[in-house]
Design a protein around this ligand. Structure first.
Ligand code: AMP
Ligand code: GLY
Length: 420
């Protein structure tokens, strides 16, 4: 098969790495990719949010299967357009992607299907939103309705912070975000991610992981896209997983189908676990980054078969072969992330790293400049390991970090701490 992956992060590098090991993959093309992906696949620098460009590339390159990594092309209807043109595609339609794109849509599904989630109200009026916040008190969570690249959520511990978040959302300068807010109850507990493949009819759980969203050690500082992850997440016990499937995932899929928006792709349920009970924080309609890197490390070549089965409505006949293993991913980011960063600093030591089924350095924001690899965005490298125990995976990942010489980068030193 000729396979095309859309995206340019470490998530897409790890998917490419897994897919490439499967003998069904004869040619691998990634758009737009990055410097690390260019070592294992052909890359094409198109705008992946423009479906005309994607359809043109897929047609020209005689692509048999397309895997969409990030949410932006899904929100732009790239999956719909490719499917309309007869391509086999991994990634939900734009209308099913509403589960992530619109917080109010997701909450409406929860209400209709009786899914446990935070109590909430939706407002398109600033004054009414402010009044509601003052009545509810803090802590409280303020969310912009649309896709906001991880910047749309404020967990406010005091009223001033909550009011500021409302001001930011309703200010006209913030044009990328819909002027609609979801205000919700603050949920206590431990967060974990659960990944479920859905083919429109059947579902297949694909593993659990825990992300580290805060920038600093001990879960301090501002939220980021994710500074590290590990899989499996012990907090998501087998019993909790079964309850989540029955009480959260299945009712969601049934409600989506009932509305004529059947869900096909990977459903990423962000969960809050408290006293053995799980509630839904959010849905994403793609793999998490960096959780994906840990999952891909554990699953390897079978990933391609699973994604094809999902996309062709054949999950009934699919199964996952699990090893008794643990994977862990440490993200290295540019100094200043998630705030302002400088691009262009040189990273050395990458050649000294071993690449194997137990250790991989996946690239995110890297670029080749002459002979050098330089940093080109906030999150830059994902050092990912797989071992029999989480402790071994942790040690090995930080040994990899020591080999990297990059003055302008940093990482957290405590990835995996909750489970360790
Ligand atoms: P979201 O984009 O909805 O996943 O929110 C981003 C992050 O904000 C989540 O991963 C949580 O850490 C936090 N968060 C969101 N909603 C809540 C909530 N209702 N209670 C507590 N924390 C939340
Ligand atoms: N790691 C969180 C996310 O991908 O949204």
């Amino acid at each position: 098969m000729n396979i095309l992956i859309l995206g340019s992060g470490a998530r897409e590098h790890s998917i490419a790495w897994a897919v490439k090991q499967n003998p069904k993959c004869s040619r691998l093309l990634v758009a737009p990719g990055n410097a690390g992906i260019a070592d294992i696949a052909d890359i094409s620098n198109i705008n992946i949010e423009n479906y005309h460009e994607v359809v043109k590339l897929a047609t020209q390159e005689e692509i048999d299967f397309i895997i969409i990594g990030p949410e932006a092309p899904l929100a732009a209807g790239v999956s719909d357009e490719l499917k309309n043109k007869g391509f086999l595609v991994f990634g939900p339609t734009k209308s099913a992607a509403q589960l992530e794109i619109s917080k109010s849509f997701m909450k409406d599904i929860c209400r209709a299907a009786g899914i446990p989630t935070a109590k909430h109200s939706t407002f398109d009026n600033h004054a009414l939103a402010k009044k509601y916040v003052s009545e509810q008190g803090t802590p409280i969570v303020v969310k912009a309705d649309g896709l906001a690249a991880g910047k749309g959520v404020t967990v406010a511990m005091d009223l001033a912070t909550a009011y500021q978040a409302l001001d930011d959302i309703f200010s006209t300068s913030n044009k990328n975000v819909d002027e609609k807010v979801v205000i919700e109850e603050f949920m206590e507990g431990e967060e974990a991610s659960f990944f479920i493949l859905c083919d429109g009819q059947k579902l297949l759980p694909m593993g659990t992981a825990q992300d580290h969203k805060r920038v600093g050690d001990g879960d301090t500082g501002p939220n980021t896209g994710g500074m590290g992850a590990y899989s499996p997440a012990p907090v998501l016990t087998k019993q909790i997983q079964e309850t989540v499937i029955e009480e959260i995932v299945k009712p969601t899929l049934i409600e989506m189908e009932r509305r004529g928006q059947p869900y096909q792709g990977v459903l990423y349920a962000g969960l809050m676990i408290n006293n053995g009970q799980a509630r839904l924080v959010e849905y994403n309609v793609r793999f998490g980054d960096p959780e994906c890197q840990a999952l891909m490390m554990r699953l390897g070549a079978q990933v391609l078969d699973l994604l094809i089965a999902t996309s062709s409505g054949d999950l009934e006949n699919a199964q996952i072969n699990w090893a008794n293993d643990h994977a862990l991913c440490v993200v290295m980011a540019s100094n200043g992330y998630p705030g302002k960063i400088e691009k262009g600093s040189i990273i050395t030591g990458l050649q000294s790293l071993t690449s194997s089924s137990s250790q991989m350095c996946f690239h995110a924001g890297t670029k080749k400049e002459g002979e050098n690899i330089v940093a080109n965005s906030g999150r830059v490298l994902s050092l990912t390991t797989r071992c029999e125990t989480l402790a071994e995976a942790h040690t090995l990942a930080y040994e990899m970090v020591k080999n990297i010489d990059w003055q302008d980068g940093f990482c957290r030193s405590d990835i995996g701490w909750r489970a360790l």
